[in-house]
Design a protein around this ligand. Structure first.
Ligand SMILES: *[C@@H]1O[C@H](CO)[C@@H](O)[C@H](O)[C@H]1NC(C)=O
Ligand SMILES: *[C@@H]1O[C@H](CO)[C@@H](O)[C@H](O)[C@H]1NC(C)=O
Ligand SMILES: *[C@@H]1O[C@H](CO)[C@@H](O)[C@H](O)[C@H]1NC(C)=O
Ligand SMILES: *[C@@H]1O[C@H](CO)[C@@H](O)[C@H](O)[C@H]1NC(C)=O
Ligand SMILES: *[C@@H]1O[C@H](CO)[C@@H](O)[C@H](O)[C@H]1NC(C)=O
Length: 494
């Protein structure tokens, strides 16, 4: 396993104890924002490009044991790998699933550990991976903030080599009886004012992004933050996924031409635990034809595309609009959707299908056909968006991400909901530093960045499963019912 980089301490002037609210904001470069970020918590995330997944380094137990967890808006359980888990101890398992465990938790070493032995933990994600064990309670420290007595899964059997930090709705926990999630406890323990957080994954080329609990960082997005409602389960009215209406998708070329490929709303789930984006198959096909991409998902699990798109100055963008004409518009540049990762897979034994016109310069494409009527906007979309998830008012606010910025201006999200604020006017240029940590003004409690696992660490061996991107969404029949119930079955173009 790769060694973790040394901890990087960042200014920690904000106090969680004060009751003062943020009252004003300064967006100017030199103007220091008010040091009142009291109830927001910044957690650095790490992006290891083709490694997929964004990891947060957190600690669990007393004394703290450091674990690295995949940050997942698409599920709601926090779980860690027991140091005795089968994947962590069995070389046969490690061979089958392509590597050992990233960072494990050792219950006897924690004096605050409480077993919940009669609460079985069993989770299965959409890609078939999963974990089994029991629940337990212990303290967890995230972004320098201690959350007491969180219920977490302890995996004894796992096919995933790292735990997960599920930050979705509590209705979506894997347990039979819903329990308070980490977001619920942050709010209940007064660490944030409202169950809401912002996720800034940053550009593909950047090593890390941030998650900010209870706050919004106006330096991290462009223009206005615009909210759209989260779609509840159509039958029960319960909110369990960050499903929103994607009202249009346009391929926008610099020569002024454009091609609108989605014109009727499609429910999509915003899922940071999913590497790629999954759209209705008919639409994905249409895009492949327009761009000359080759869909080989049925065999090697990839969609191939000419790497020329990475270098081309064509400036093609995929313009995603939500909630209708006045809703948020996120423009994803083509170089965020074309991934130069195929050669890594080839070295690992991937057979590229013969006869492709761009065989010498082959990249993979970050939009795949969705399955079972579940459409996910994963990291290939989310990197271009600044997304605020408000689990209390059931809203998601989005804006174009200001990628590569090192600046920070954090505002607390109050009980009133996501503040009606503007971000910066134009995209940051060449500001990316070695760490990507916030610059002056980012006076937030923060923890370190983690290194992420090798691309082959957590996935099954063999091209088929290896290249199948992880979809961590909990496999729930209800999800399909929910979406179709809400949006109307006719909108599903399977
Ligand atoms: C968890 O248990 C179920 C039921 O016994 C089993 O089907 C599944 O494969 C197990 N998952 C893991 C990751 O071992
Ligand atoms: C296409 O891009 C241009 C700017 O390059 C923008 O003004 C226009 O609104 C975009 N069109 C769509 C449909 O998103
Ligand atoms: C490159 O950009 C030009 C227009 O600027 C476009 O005609 C061409 O199709 C693009 N090719 C690729 C591979 O993106
Ligand atoms: C972000 O930084 C990377 C690496 O320096 C650069 O390649 C990319 O173009 C930048 N993105 C933007 C939108 O400036
Ligand atoms: C990402 O993964 C690659 C290949 O495994 C590794 O060489 C690199 O150091 C990693 N980068 C970070 C920031 O962890």
């Amino acid at each position: 396993m790769r060694v973790l980089p040394a901890l990087v301490a960042v200014g920690c002037a904000a106090s969680f104890a004060t009751a003062q609210r943020v009252v004003s904001m300064g967006i100017g470069k030199t103007k220091r924002p008010p040091p009142l970020h009291k109830r927001s918590i910044l957690q650095e995330l790490n992006n290891n490009l083709t490694g997929g997944g964004y990891y947060a380094e957190v600690s669990v137990g007393t004394p703290p044991q450091t674990v690295r967890l995949i940050v997942d808006t698409g599920s709601s359980d926090v779980w860690v790998l027991d140091s005795d888990a089968n994947l962590c101890t069995s070389s046969i398992m490690q061979e089958e699933y392509g590597g050992g465990c990233i960072a494990t938790f050792d219950p006897p070493e924690s004096s605050t550990y409480t077993a919940l032995s009669d609460a079985p933990f069993q989770i299965v994600y959409l890609d078939g991976s999963g974990a089994n064990g029991t629940y337990f309670q212990d303290h967890i420290n995230i972004g320098g903030t201690e959350i007491e007595s969180l219920q977490m899964g302890l995996a004894e059997d796992s096919t995933i080599n790292s735990g997960l930090l599920g930050i979705g709705y509590s209705a979506n926990v894997a347990a039979r009886d819903p329990y308070p999630t980490i977001i619920d406890l942050l709010e209940e323990q007064g660490l944030i004012a409202i169950r809401a957080y912002s996720l800034w994954l940053n550009a593909y080329s950047a090593d890390m992004g941030t998650i900010l609990f209870g706050g919004v960082d106006t330096e991290k997005f462009l223009g206005e933050l615009i909210a759209v409602p989260v779609l509840p389960d159509g039958r029960t009215g319960i909110y369990h996924s960050f499903a929103v209406a994607l009202s249009s998708l346009t391929l926008n070329y610099t020569d002024g031409s454009s091609d609108t490929v989605i014109q009727q709303p499609v429910p999509v789930i915003l899922d940071s635990g999913t590497t790629l984006t999954y759209l209705p198959p008919r639409i994905a096909d249409y895009i492949y034809n327009a761009l000359g991409a080759v869909d080989d998902t049925w065999y090697t699990g990839l969609v191939y595309i000419d790497c020329a798109y990475l270098r081309n100055e064509s400036g093609l963008t995929f313009d995603f609009q939500f909630g209708g004409d006045s809703g948020p518009l996120v423009r994803v540049p083509v170089n965020e959707v074309v991934l130069d990762n195929v050669m890594e897979y080839v070295e690992m034994g991937l057979p590229i299908p013969p006869g492709m016109p761009f065989a010498d310069d082959v990249c993979s494409f970050g939009i795949h056909p969705g399955d079972q009527g579940i459409y996910l906007l994963g990291d290939t979309f989310l990197r271009s968006a600044y997304v605020v998830y408000d689990l209390e008012n059931h809203e998601v606010a989005m804006a174009q991400a200001n990628v590569n910025t090192t600046r920070s201006n954090v505002l607390e999200i109050t009980r009133d909901g996501i503040p009606d604020v503007s971000g910066v006017a134009s995209q940051a240029t060449a500001e990316q530093t070695a760490t990507g940590l916030p610059g002056p003004g980012g006076e937030l409690p923060t923890v370190t960045v983690t290194a992420s696992p090798d691309p082959d660490d957590g996935e099954n061996a063999g091209p088929k499963t290896l290249t199948a991107p992880p979809a961590w969404e909990v496999a729930a029949v209800a999800a399909v019912a929910a979406l179709s119930g809400l949006m109307g079955v006719g909108l599903f173009v399977l």
